[in-house]
Structures are given as structure tokens and as C-alpha cells.
Design a protein. Sequence first.
Length: 265
Amino acid sequence: MSGVEVGAAAPGGGAAEKKIVRPYGDTTGDGMVQVSFTLPVPHDKRAEGAAVQLANKMGIDPAMLVHAKQMGDGFTFFVVYGRVNHLVDLAAVQVVERDFPLLSAKEVNAVVKQRLRRKLSVVGACIGTDAHTVGIDAILNVKGIAGEKGLEYYRELKVTNLGAQVSVPELVEAARVEKADAVLVSQVVTQRDAHLHNTREMSAAFREAMPAGKRPLLIVGGPRFDETMTEELGVDRIFGRGTTPGEVASYLVHALITNRKAARA
Ligand code: B12
């Protein structure tokens, strides 16, 4: 059985072709997956049975317990391997695709210089109690990430990196002082949905502090954001895992200059 099945074109002659995929474990299309989780119980036979039962309830059947290890007092970590019968239609998967051209640093600088005729001001921070600055530093600082330099390297961008644990009022004030064209916020900690609460608080504060059309472009990023949630969170763009500075710089040029829409609400 194939791991990918190509079906008929969508009714009405639509372009979306049905492409069904199922997991690959030992042989193509066998549906085998591996999951790991922790249960709040000491490691014994009953705990192992509970892990298998949970896996069955998740649709993994048969489920094989391949690893179990007690993690401190009263917790056990499990790895379960088994078969699922679920299929995924690739044509029905919804993701945010890059809808702007990827520019080089030279091209970004040239567009900003010629069209904006001043430096484009960017203010960045980790807000709330979040102290995970590595992600925002990778985007903003000249050292960048994976051999690609960060936004500080771009001659026509003025970058103000406020660092960790910045409060929303501090961020709004800094954006005002720096006449920010864009505000870049990083949120890595997601416990109790802190990244969502903090982002909503931030976007509401900018809307309250600045009249429509005057607020900066609001961008958030972090490894566990759902990139489709822009509207819900009141931001203009969300960037996830593996983002590069070049993508962010290209988006800034697209959203603020080459594809600038009417006043932002
Ligand atoms: C390094 C690290 C730390 C360091 C942070 C040092 C620093 N200056 O940043 C220290 C030791 C301080 C730390 C502390 C804690 N940490 Co910590 N930490 C990590 C670790 C190991 C790596 C994170 C990292 O640097 N990734 C590398 C960067 C480059 O990746 P990134 O953040 O995803 O960024 C990329 C994209 O997401 C995106 N991006 C990110 N931000 C932005 C912003 C914008 C605007 C844009 C466009 C893009 C963008 O672009 C970046 C480049 O591609 C992770 C585990 C892991 N392996 O991921 C845990 C992890 C993030 N930490 C975790 C936790 C729980 C904590 C603590 C609460 C632990 C504790 N009990 O004290 C504290 C919290 C401290 C605090 N107040 O925030 C959890 C978070 C769980 C969750 N989802 O909520 C993780 C996932 C570990 C785990 N599995 O439990 N941590």
C-alpha cells in the first residue's frame, strides 16, 4: 500500500487534487506512529497498562509500550509505538504560506532607501515574564542564525532590541519614542497559554495607545504559535519555528512598503 494516494480532482474541476497520506513506520503506509507522554503515577505494571490504554484511546491500536522510565517521585515517562488508521488529505491542510518575495539584504536596503527615504524603525522584545531571548536575538542581532545575519546588519533598518521580560507599557512607550514602523515580540513560554494572553494584551494596548493608521505593524514569533491565529490575536503576522531574519526583513518591506495596505485598524 502506498503512503501517498492521489485521488481525483476536486468536483467542479477545482485544482486541489486529493492527496492522501498515512504515516510510515517500518514499511510504506503502515500507519505506524510513535508518541511520548508522562503520567502522574509511579512506574509499575498498572502504570504501563494505563499508558497502553491511553494510546488505544488516542486511536493507536495495537499499541506497543517501547519505553517507560520513572521521572522523580510519582511520574513515569512513556514511549508508545503503534498503528493509527487516520488519513490526512494534503489538499485539505491549511497553512500560512509565504505570500511575499524573499529579498536579499541588499534588495531590502535598496527598497527602504528609495521608497521610504528614511530608516525603517524596528522595536523588539520578549514580553511578560518570558526570558527566552535567543529567538528574538537570532532575528534582530547582527549575529543572526545559521549563518544568516540579523536585522541589525541591514543598513537601512534601525533596530532597538529591548531584551527580556519587557512589560507591555514599556514596549508601547519604546515604540512611541523610536517611532517604530514595526514591533517584533517573542513568546516562547506557552504554559497556561501565556503566549496567547500576552500577545492579546500587547495588541490591545497598541490599539488603545495609538489611533488607527498610526500603530506600528505588530509581529509575534515563537516556536509554538499557530501561524493562522493572526486575527484572533490582533497581530499582522505570526512567525514560527525556524524563521530566518531574511524572511522577516522581506515581510517588513512587503507589508510596510511594496504592498502597503490602507491604514491598519
Ligand atoms: C535556552 C532555554 C532557556 C534559557 C533561555 C536563555 C535565553 N537568554 O534565551 C533559560 C535557562 C534562561 C531558560 C529558562 C526557562 N525555561 Co527554557 N528553554 C530553553 C531551550 C533549551 C532553548 C530555547 C532556544 O533558545 N531555542 C533556540 C531559538 C533560536 O529558537 P526559538 O526560540 O524557537 O526562535 C526561533 C523561532 O521560534 C522564531 N522566533 C522566536 N521568537 C520570535 C520573534 C519574532 C518577532 C519572530 C519574527 C520570530 C521569532 O525565530 C527564531 C529563529 O528561527 C528550550 C527547549 C528547546 N530545546 O527549545 C527551553 C524551553 C523553551 N524552556 C522552558 C521552560 C519551562 C523554562 C523555565 C520556565 C524553566 C524553569 N522552570 O525555570 C524557565 C523560564 C524562564 C523565563 N522567565 O522565561 C520550556 C517551555 C515550555 C513551554 N512551552 O511553555 C522549554 C520548551 C523546555 C521544555 N521542554 O520544557 N530556558
